[in-house]
Design a protein around this ligand. Structure first.
Ligand code: PBG
Ligand code: ZN
Length: 363
């Protein structure tokens, strides 16, 4: 005798009927989109997105990146077109990576005041001064061996790399970068960069530190995009071991002590526990980097028709926010911005009402 039982609500969430045990009806607040919207804890907005750009030396270049469908290397002269598109979509922040014309062991292209990143920053600031420009500070795109600093005996030498990073950061600030973001994972780099920026007359340029950056296989497609794969070995002597979370909290606290204004945790999806732990412990803004490999997997499965790409992307980005990320660096930014705009206009044109009517007529 347990087919359909009418239960009477008393408003306290717990109800009684002789045939069934007392239980709470969580479904009440999920019944219509209007109700779900009312009790939603986390939201996604175009303001959450920072869009990475790969800037290559040369002119009239727009070279698609095979392992990152929809992404391209672009030359400095193509930036105005790109910025207009981003602006129309409401994306107001970019993160720049540079691919220099020539690479050498000293990464001299990284700190060249006339290098690809300073030229890109100037171009952006000329075209659209309100677009926020963050520059990635690392040597791996500029070294002929693809490592993130100066090599001594086959490993990146920490202390010899520090001045190189400081010069690079200063060259970006001098060109007008709003924020510099060191991604090298050398010890002491935040303190060194802060000191150099202050000494060069840029005390107001913030440092966004990739404080917890893991030695991750998810960077694979990026290394094709930035032409920065190490010629031998890997980055495990400086990037973090994926097994560790307490160590990430130590890294973050050291970077903040050294003067980082805010931090990035990277990659995103496989490291949301790190984001949640950092959010609970520190009060600075936390960004996540939804990296190239995460993007490539979703794109590939989407192209094969194995997943609903739109829903998977929006769900993943929302999960990053839920875990505690304030903002998200993501290659999905343009598409996600379009989808969010579509959803908003659907909500305005009465999509809610239809939804609740359907729920009522079809209990
Ligand atoms: C440079 C850098 C990397 C990424 C951001 N900055 C690559 C690396 O450390 O090898 C990865 C970003 C991505 O995968 O999207 N140090
Ligand atoms: Zn690097």
């Amino acid at each position: 005798m347990r087919e359909h039982v009418e239960l009477t609500g008393r408003g306290n969430g717990v109800e009684r009927e002789s045939a069934v045990p007392p239980f709470r009806r969580m479904r009440r607040l999920r019944r219509t989109e209007a109700l779900r919207r009312l009790v939603r804890e986390t939201s996604l907005s175009v303001d959450d997105f920072i869009y990475p750009l790969f800037i290559t030396d040369g002119a009239s270049i727009r070279a698609p990146i095979a392992s990152m469908p929809g992404q391209s290397q672009i030359s400095v002269d193509q930036l105005p077109v790109e910025l207009d598109e981003l602006r129309a979509l409401g994306i107001r922040a970019v993160l720049l990576f540079g691919i220099p014309a020539t690479k050498d062991a000293a990464a001299s292209g990284a700190y060249d005041p006339a290098g690809v990143i300073p030229r890109a920053v100037r171009q952006i600031k000329r075209h659209d001064p309100d677009t926020l420009v963050i520059t990635d500070v690392c040597a791996c795109e500029y070294t002929d061996h693809g490592h993130c600093g100066v090599l001594v005996d086959g490993d990146v030498d920490n202390d010899r790399t520090l001045p190189l990073l400081a010069r690079t950061a200063v060259s970006h600030a001098a060109a007008g970068a709003d924020i510099v973001a060191p991604s090298d994972m050398m010890d002491g780099r935040v303190a060194t960069i802060r000191q150099a920026l202050d000494a060069a007359g840029y005390p107001t340029t913030p440092i966004l530190s990739y404080a917890a950056k893991y030695a991750s296989a998810y960077y694979g497609p990026f290394r094709e995009a930035a032409e920065s794969a190490p010629a031998f070995g890997d980055r495990r002597s400086h990037q973090m071991d994926p097994a560790n979370v307490r160590e990430a909290l130590t890294e973050i606290s050291i970077d903040l002590d050294e003067g980082a204004d805010f931090i990035i945790i990277k990659p995103a999806l496989a490291y949301l526990d790190v984001v949640a732990a950092a959010r609970a412990r520190f009060d600075v803004p936390i960004l996540v980097y939804n990296v190239s490999g995460e993007y490539a997997m979703v794109k590939a499965a989407g192209q094969l028709g194995w997943i609903d790409e739109r829903r998977v992307v929006l769900e993943s980005l929302l999960a990053m926010k839920r875990a505690g990320a304030g903002r998200i660096i993501t290659y999905h930014a343009k598409e996600a911005a379009r989808w969010l705009a579509e959803e908003q206009s659907l909500a305005r044109t009465g999509h809610h009402t239809r939804d609740s009517l359907m729920a009522r007529s079809n209990p």
